[in-house]
Write a protein that binds this ligand. Structure first.
Ligand code: DQA
Length: 145
């Protein structure tokens, strides 16, 4: 199984940005956490991060041409604004799971809308790094069903 994990703007700043919300662990720590889960499960994993909306659309489209079996996406602030990212996940028809470190539904009103969720098989939020493990398990169950 081949999995692409996509991160949007400012997630490369984990460990520096708003530590009270996102914690002290770095983006590299997060990748290592996901790498270990995937190694244990025998899943091949690739990572992509960009601060640019169009590049994220390109990465989602690329997953189609690379025949990825699943996508985990934390689009950062583009979650709340980007119909282009929603259209991209709908276009590629690859099972996609949305993850947010924080609980977007208990934060500012403008974070309560998630466009990407409309194209995802499941969403995890407010669980920190563990949300990514849940997302991997969710895809595993999807693949095995
Ligand atoms: C986030 C939540 C978003 O609202 C925010 O813009 C982020 C991170 C999260 O992981 O909690 O950049 O996606």
């Amino acid at each position: 199984m081949k999995l692409l994990v996509i991160h949007g703007p400012n997630l490369n700043m984990l460990g520096i940005r708003e530590k009270k919300i996102y914690g002290a662990q770095t983006y590299e720590d997060l990748l290592e956490y996901i790498r270990q889960i995937c190694a244990r499960e025998g899943i091949e994993v690739k990572f992509y991060q960009s601060n640019h909306e169009g590049d994220l659309v390109d990465a989602i489209q690329g997953a189609y041409y690379d025949q990825m079996d699943g996508i985990i996406i934390n689009p950062g602030a583009y979650t709340h604004t980007s119909i282009a990212l929603l259209d991209a996940v709908k276009a590629v028809q690859i099972p996609t799971v949305e993850v947010h470190l924080s609980n977007i539904y208990e934060r500012e009103e403008f974070r309560h809308t998630s466009y990407i969720s409309l194209g995802c098989i499941h969403s995890y939020y407010g669980m920190g790094f563990q949300g990514y493990e849940e997302a991997v398990n969710c895809l595993k169950n999807y693949w095995n069903s």
